[in-house]
Design a protein around this ligand. Structure first.
Ligand SMILES: *[C@@H]1O[C@H](CO)[C@@H](O)[C@H](O)[C@H]1NC(C)=O
Length: 397
């Protein structure tokens, strides 16, 4: 999961992607633009996030283990490897792909870190993720799902968050040409790994939270992140016919500032609906690649292991809005009015994001944050079994 990013002056670094060869439009493995993307992220599987699997971090007994880097650096390596291997084998299995397809979804977005492909000298990461990526693609094919391979962490960290593999005060990717070159090589490796499988892997997202791509050939669509700029910033950027096969990824969350966690339920819904015009008028395929029905930052470790929440005032510099009790954790603690709100807010976002090319919710499952997960939404009724069956089709007016 990702939220804010480095400053815009670095954007030109990797800008790139794919210059079409004249009148040779690509033929992607999914009809983006005519059919809506409806999907879910497989977060916390091949890249650990403390808030998705807090037990994996708590069980270390070491409060300084806050991300995947420190997970493999600050404990016995055999222990780290065996915990990770068990996690990779159990967190997502074939039955998850079956359930995702049965829920009427057509895409999964699968975050993976650079260290699955190449680990540099002095980097403590554990490896062994690649066979799981390949297995995931094969399960997706079995169940008719498309996979967006999402490079979620780059060398040096592109965003400084634990979800990039390394929690840092200053992201170190963009200012280091070696890191950028390593990333470029890894993206080429991903592209060649799935060359010829564009029907299952139609899109590669070269770098989460950063609009970085690389030149590509074939029918693979390149999904660029909007770098948290307003969509108007990107108007006219890499559009057809000069460019082909470029899509934009935008992430829409409403809990990573004091203003946002202070919104009322109706304000959250209105703010979601307000994205309709920028999404519907955008000139590239635009996918909301991360979003959630959760309205608060209450989930344990959401802001990092050992870091509190803005909503209840335990985050540094924040002001109490309300108690987190009954707003995250197990759905068994959720009131019926909160579940009704989750349904309305989910539908408002789905309706709005389908004004663009579609949506991919963050995330499929979590140990103890049912407000965030597609799985808990299905089980507890705030997400419909078929994502086109809406109870509040006029929620946005
Ligand atoms: C750039 O990153 C590489 C690792 O990819 C590292 O070895 C090198 O020291 C970094 N250079 C600078 C100037 O920080």
């Amino acid at each position: 999961m990702l939220r804010r990013v480095a400053s815009l002056s670095f954007l030109t670094l990797g800008l790139l992607s794919r210059l079409a060869l004249g009148d040779n439009p690509i033929n992607p493995g999914f009809p983006y633009g005519s059919e809506k993307v409806r999907g879910v992220n497989l977060g916390g599987w091949l890249v650990l996030e403390p808030w998705i699997t807090p037990s994996i971090f708590d069980n270390t007994g070491n409060p300084n283990i806050v991300d995947e880097w420190t997970f493999c650096q600050m404990q016995d390596r055999n222990t780290a490897m065996s915990v990770l291997t068990n996690h990779w084998n159990t967190w997502i299995t074939e039955s998850d792909f079956a359930a995702i397809a049965a829920a009427g979804l057509n895409h999964v977005r699968l975050p993976i870190g650079y260290w699955a492909f190449e680990v540099g000298p002095g980097e403590p990461y554990c490896t062994g993720q690649l066979p799981y990526l390949q297995q995931a693609v094969s399960w997706a094919e079995t169940y008719g799902l498309k996979v967006i391979v999402d490079l979620h962490g780059a060398p040096g960290s592109q965003n400084g968050f634990d979800n990039s593999g390394q929690r840092l005060s200053f992201p170190g990717w963009h200012s280091n040409a070696t890191n950028v070159a390593r990333t470029d090589a890894i993206i080429k490796q991903i592209a060649s790994m799935f060359a010829g499988q564009e029907n299952v892997v139609p899109i590669i997202a070269p770098l989460n939270d950063f609009p970085y791509g690389t030149s590509q050939e074939g029918n693979t669509v390149v999904l660029l992140h909007d770098a948290f700029q307003p969509l108007s910033y990107w108007n006219g950027f890499q559009t057809p016919p000069g460019w082909q096969g470029v899509a934009m990824d935008t992430h829409i969350y409403q809990m990573f500032s004091q203003d946002e966690v202070s919104r009322s339920d109706q304000e959250h819904i209105s703010a979601a609906c307000a994205y309709a015009s920028s999404l519907s008028t955008f000139d590239l395929w635009i996918i909301v690649g991360e979003w959630t029905p959760a309205p608060t930052d209450c989930a344990t470790y959401l802001n990092g292991r050992g870091v509190g929440a803005r909503y209840d005032g335990t985050y540094p510099g924040s002001t109490f809005v309300g108690s987190c009790d009954g707003l995250t954790g197990s759905a068994s603690s959720f009131s019926s009015s909160y579940k009704t709100f989750l349904r309305q807010y989910w539908e408002a976002q789905v309706i709005t994001f389908e004004k663009g090319s579609g949506w991919i919710q963050w995330t499929w499952k979590a140990e103890n944050a049912d407000d965030w997960t597609y799985q808990a939404g299905l089980a507890n009724g705030w997400i419909p079994q078929n994502p086109t069956q809406l109870m509040y089709p006029n929620i946005c007016g």
